[in-house]
Design a protein around this ligand. Structure first.
Ligand code: FAD
Length: 346
């Protein structure tokens, strides 16, 4: 079976790797460089903390497990970082309680216990107790993950955009590229992230997207012992390699007050007073119209598949495997029913 995957972000790479593992001949085409789209500018926290409805929560929980599995299987899989995540503020105790009841690993810590995990935090900025800790959460270096997934048995065409879809009867036959190249295929998987709507339109499919622009702030290397994802009420932190810290907040996408965000960050981690803003990256969250993933086959166009969502870093390995199975003719209706493209056509 010949499959063309459009897009070499985390989704395209995960779908391609799962297909190649099962013997398909796979070409991944990316308009730019692999991992250089949204996946290269993501907070990439692996979690299912606030995912609703329950079918979406379950998909994310399975995504978390898939990351831990792959990291266990691959020696020196340096892209995956466990260590859990910490948070505090309004509603945390209730959320911990609800998550525990659903079987999600969640605990409430005292200030002393939290500072033991994160000794760089200023204890005076923490409540005495009620600090949420989620031991199974983690974060990923998405570009390293893409590199691993594309390293075996997958042909990658970079720097050439898919500009058209070739259809014969009611079935996909191949794609055309900006360079003029034609690639024939038995199946095409749309993994174009924020551009999925435009790529779907080439197939005559109307996929509504409500992408959101966002801003990530990368500090200079700084000697703070940040070891995990931390969500303070107004700043989110995670390590970013070589001592850099990645900062984000609910507000920053709108305000772009990057120096203010760094000041807020240093009020929690005093060691960060020595940091400066080294770079700012702008990304675009790929969000299908109703906020839920679009996964799997399209009824009415044989050989056309989607793998598009927000939270794609968490979901890519598990959802990518489900989509690949379906491409190869294994019915995954049970797992993908809630995420079909056809819900937008009703
Ligand atoms: C600021 C921010 C924070 C986030 N935080 C999290 C988080 O904490 N946890 C989480 O799980 N998720 C998070 N996400 C979401 C997650 O990053 C995305 O869901 C995921 O990266 C999407 O991956 P993708 O492969 O679908 O898209 P992309 O990585 O964008 O890949 C799509 C690729 O398709 C290519 N392409 C587009 N059009 C064409 C074409 N016509 N021909 C060929 N190639 C084409 C692009 O060049 C691109 O490389 C965040 C996103 C952002 C922006």
């Amino acid at each position: 079976m010949r499959v063309v995957v459009v897009g070499a972000g985390v989704y395209g790479a995960a779908v391609a790797a799962a297909l190649a593992r099962q013997g398909a001949t796979v070409t991944v085409v990316d308009a730019g460089a692999p991992g250089a789209g949204t996946s290269g500018a993501s907070f990439s926290w692996v979690n299912s903390r606030d995912k609703r409805p329950s079918v979406y929560h379950d998909l994310n929980v399975a995504g978390m497990a898939a990351h831990r599995r792959l990291a266990d299987e691959v020696p020196l899989s340096g892209w995956y970082h466990g260590g859990g995540a910490l948070t505090w503020g309004d509603g945390v105790s209730e959320r911990v309680e609800a998550l525990r009841e659903s079987g999600y690993a969640a605990e409430l810590l005292t200030r002393a216990e939290a500072v033991e995990l994160e000794p760089g935090l200023d204890p005076d900025r923490l409540p005495g107790d009620g600090i949420g800790f989620f031991p199974d959460e983690g974060w990923v270096e998405p570009v390293r993950l893409v590199g691993h997934l594309l390293s075996r048995d997958v042909e990658v065409v970079a720097g050439d955009a898919v500009t058209g879809l070739e259809v014969g009867g009611d079935a996909v036959r191949g794609v055309r590229l900006a360079s003029g190249t034609h690639l024939s295929a038995d199946a095409v998987v749309n993994c174009a992230g924020p551009r999925a709507g435009e790529v779907a339109a080439m197939a005559g499919l109307a996929l509504p997207m409500r992408n959101l622009p966002c801003v990530l702030v990368y500090t200079s290397p700084v000697a703070v012992p940040l070891a995990r994802v931390v969500h303070a009420p107004d700043v989110h932190f995670r390590p970013e390699g070589d001592g850099r810290v990645l900062l984000h907040s609910g507000e920053i996408d709108r305000t772009e007050q990057v120096e203010g965000l760094l000041r807020d960050a240093a009020s929690y981690y005093p060691g960060m007073r020595a940091a400066r803003v080294e770079s700012v990256r702008r990304g675009e969250r790929p969000i299908p119209g109703d906020g839920l993933p679009v996964l799997g086959r399209v009824t009415g166009l044989r050989g056309y598949f989607f793998a598009v969502s927000h939270s794609g870093v968490t979901l890519c390995l598990h959802a990518g495997e489900l989509v690949a199975d379906e491409v190869l003719g294994k019915d995954r209706d049970d797992a993908l029913a809630a995420f079909r493209f056809e819900r937008f056509e009703r």
